[in-house]
Design a protein around this ligand. Structure first.
Ligand code: ZN
Length: 163
């Protein structure tokens, strides 16, 4: 296990569409390192492109700051359905430190993914988990929070970030 370097925007790996996970053993090792990295960076979610690996894998732990750790690993995740309800809330990103951006997201999603044993899983996510999973899956599609802003708002946020 190891703490990896977190890639910072505008690193091009953050704008690339990630490819599917096919090597389970390698993915297990990567996921363990990514969880170490996420906890070390005080984050609650981290996607593989954020450590420079263009694969469809993310880790999440929605509760560790409030209580016992519940590390979760999602490989090749797919959002099967989204609630019609949308809420707008502030989102930070370990790859864009110091910047918080308000983004509208579905408040509930149904997620399908492969777990560390190679077994297909399915779950309904709500609350922070639903928001976080959508943020991390954006990373797998090469989308960062800045990409969800209007051109005017993006210019302001970029100026703040680069200042
Ligand atoms: Zn992020």
């Amino acid at each position: 296990m190891a703490v990896l370097a977190v890639r910072l925007w505008p690193d091009p790996v953050l704008s690339r569409m990630a490819g599917p996970v096919t090597d389970l053993a390698a993915a297990r090792e990567l996921a363990a390192d990514m969880l170490d990295t996420m906890y070390h960076a005080q984050g609650r979610g981290l996607a593989a492109p954020q450590v420079g690996v263009s694969l469809r894998l993310f880790v999440m732990d929605a509760t560790w700051k409030e209580g016992a750790p519940t590390p979760q690993v999602f490989m090749n995740p797919v959002i099967v359905s989204r609630s019609g309800d949308v809420a707008t809330g502030p989102e930070g990103c370990l790859s864009i430190p110091g910047i918080t951006i308000s983004i509208a997201r579905a408040t509930a999603i149904r997620l399908r993914w492969t777990d560390l044993d190679g077994v297909m899983q399915d779950a309904d996510l709500t609350g922070f988990q639903a928001i976080c999973a959508q943020h991390e899956i954006d990373h797998l599609d090469g989308i960062v929070t800045l990409d969800r802003l209007s051109p005017e708002a993006r210019a302001l946020a970029e100026a703040e970030y680069l200042a």
